[in-house]
Design a protein. Structure first.
Length: 115
């Protein structure tokens, strides 16, 4: 099993920044990618950003140029730096660790962008 724990959510004003962290532990062998998804009320869960163990990244069009995903392999931790936040970024953000045939989700962290 793999445990995934997110942290760093909160309330921020439009135009502000937040950094989310996601730590993976347990049987992390063969995790090939980690990523962030988000889900706003009434919406489906959507990909925000993803990074492979080799450092290849993928972003949703809506966050390109504003969000940056990175990872510290030594700490088994992935970060999501979110800048120029907009009200439409408000959602619960979930971290996921991907292994062939399995995916492991965190419990989510709330991000609210509001004045």
């Amino acid at each position: 099993q793999v445990q995934v724990v997110e942290s760093g959510g909160g309330l921020v004003q439009p135009g502000g920044s937040l950094r989310l962290s996601c730590a993976a532990s347990g049987n992390i062998f063969s995790i090939y990618a980690m990523g962030w998804y988000r889900q706003a009320p009434g919406n489906e869960r959507e990909l925000v950003a993803r990074i492979t163990s080799g450092g290849i990244t993928k972003y949703a069009d809506s966050v390109k140029g504003r969000f940056t995903i990175s990872r510290d392999n030594a700490k088994n931790t992935v970060y999501l730096q979110m800048n120029s936040l907009k009200p439409e970024d408000t959602a619960v953000y979930y971290c996921v660790a991907l292994r062939t045939g399995s995916d492991y989700w965190g419990q989510g962290t709330q991000v609210t962008v509001s004045s």
